[in-house]
Design a protein around this ligand. Structure first.
Ligand code: UGA
Length: 434
């Protein structure tokens, strides 16, 4: 099939490359010409394992091309995937202006039947607005359909998530739209769930909010562990063995970040409240997540007492490992608080330092970026671990102890074994384990 994918962010790029890998002819489009020019030169705007290879392979095979001509790309195809951003507004609602703009463009270029597939995470009822907008702006009576096909890609493993999906949700209102999407995803026929559009839209928000709730739940339980002799890692194992609960997303830590959970839980709260539904449950989950930073900083203060003029090594800036993404990363708020207290910070992350420099530029004597984890840890009075990169799990801790000024580790992700690090002579603070 000939497909255009509008938007070349995380979702758009992976979707374009993935659909090409499934055997379709795909045009990835973005009105940002600079971005397209870079992608065509093989320079990706993001770090995502396996993406560069998948893109270049399919571009070489001519199954995938990129263009800045959004209108042209719409006219060339029968199916348009909409993967533009829906950023969070001040009031928690999603900003839908890019979706509206794309809907108008598609309507203006509706030269023959087209299926418009929303893949961006959108509030339930968005398809109604896309349809209304398209009806207002189309210049002829040419038919079109809307469908919802939410993405379930995790950053850091988005390519393999696309190519090995747990489920493919297709929300449609006509058999024609259903058949087109079944054809697009025919390799995954055994995993396709067909619903109406409202249901598909809600599945996405409900899934992300549930996962966020699960994380806040285990973090809440970790607070109880810290006041008792219970160990959160063992509590999670014990709970996870119940197949109704499952072991995944029960990792206590400094909380969820990223471009999805924090935004989607707030958006679902607004959607529910706008519809008159009491959304206290999700509001509390979000509040628990915000409080994780306080819980973590209390540990840092318990270890160092006064933070002013202390050398603090902050390892891990990305909101999770295997990505350079720092959107809503807990590190941003932790760094802000430490700077306010007058600490001297040395930051390190395998991928996310360039992005963090846009928020916190280097300020010699106050905040600097290190060339390696060891470089960050030299002469540090404390080692704060904020993202569980494998590289940090593999550190030579005996060497770390020798190069640090004080052997103190505050581990926000429970990467280390408390007994082992204490045996090496570290004072070790972690989450939900005394
Ligand atoms: C999430 C969902 O997992 C995807 O299914 C969804 O498609 C995506 O959002 C989206 O809406 O686009 P992502 O944000 O990339 O994916 O990352 P996750 O792996 O879900 O992690 C989110 C945050 O939760 C991270 O900050 C992570 O550190 C934290 N987390 C995750 C925990 O604190 N504990 C856990 O047990 C799991």
């Amino acid at each position: 099939m000939k497909i255009s994918v509008i938007g070349t962010g995380y979702v758009g790029l992976v979707t374009a490359a993935g659909l090409a890998a499934l055997g379709h002819e795909v045009i990835g489009v973005d009105k940002d010409g600079g971005k397209i020019e870079k992608i065509n030169r093989g320079v990706l705007p993001i770090y995502e394992p396996g993406l560069e290879e998948l893109l270049s392979l399919n571009m070489k095979k001519k199954a995938l091309s990129f263009s800045q001509d959004v209108a042209g790309a719409i006219r060339e195809v029968d199916v348009v995937f909409v993967c533009v951003g829906t950023p969070q507004q001040e009031d928690g609602r999603a900003d839908m202006s890019q979706i509206e703009e794309v809907s108008r463009l598609i309507a203006e270029n509706l030269d023959r039947y087209k299926l418009v597939v929303e893949k961006s995470t959108v509030p339930v009822k968005t398809s109604y607005w896309i349809k209304r907008t398209m009806n207002l702006y189309r210049k002829s009576e040419v038919e079109f359909d809307i469908a919802s096909n939410p993405e379930f890609l995790r950053e850091g493993s988005a390519v393999s998530d696309f190519l090995n999906p747990d489920r493919i949700i297709i929300g449609v209102e006509t058999t024609k739209a259903r058949d087109i999407l079944l054809e697009i995803y025919r390799q995954y026929a055994d995993r396709i769930v067909v619903t109406n559009i409202d249901t598909a839209e809600l599945i996405k928000h409900a899934s992300n909010s549930f996962l966020a709730l699960k994380i806040s739940y285990i973090n809440l339980i970790s607070n109880i562990c810290e006041k008792t002799e219970a160990n959160i890692e063992q509590v999670a194992v014990g709970m996870g063995l119940d197949p109704r609960i499952g072991p995944r997303f029960l990792k206590a830590g400094i909380g969820y970040g990223g471009s999805c959970f924090p935004k989607d839980i707030k958006a679902l709260v607004r959607i529910g409240e706008d519809l008159g539904v009491d959304m206290t449950l999700l509001k509390e989950a979000d509040k628990i997540n915000l409080n994780r930073i306080r819980v973590f900083l209390d540990k840092v203060k318990q270890a160092l007492w006064i933070l002013k003029d202390k050398n603090i090594a902050v390892l891990g800036l990305a909101f999770k490992p295997e990505t350079d993404d720092i959107r809503e990363a807990p590190s941003i708020r932790v760094i802000g608080e430490l700077l306010r207290e007058g600490a001297r910070l040395r930051l390190y992350d395998p991928q996310a330092m360039d992005n963090m420099k846009d928020i916190y530029p280097e300020e010699p004597g106050r905040l600097t970026y290190a060339s390696s984890a060891y470089d960050a840890l030299a002469d540090a009075h404390a080692f704060l671990l904020l993202t569980e990169w494998e590289e940090f799990a593999q550190l030579d801790l005996a060497l770390v102890k020798r190069i640090m000024a004080n052997p103190i580790i505050v581990d926000g992700r429970n990467v280390y074994d408390p007994e082992k690090v204490r045996a090496l002579g570290f004072e070790y603070y972690s989450i939900g384990r005394r």
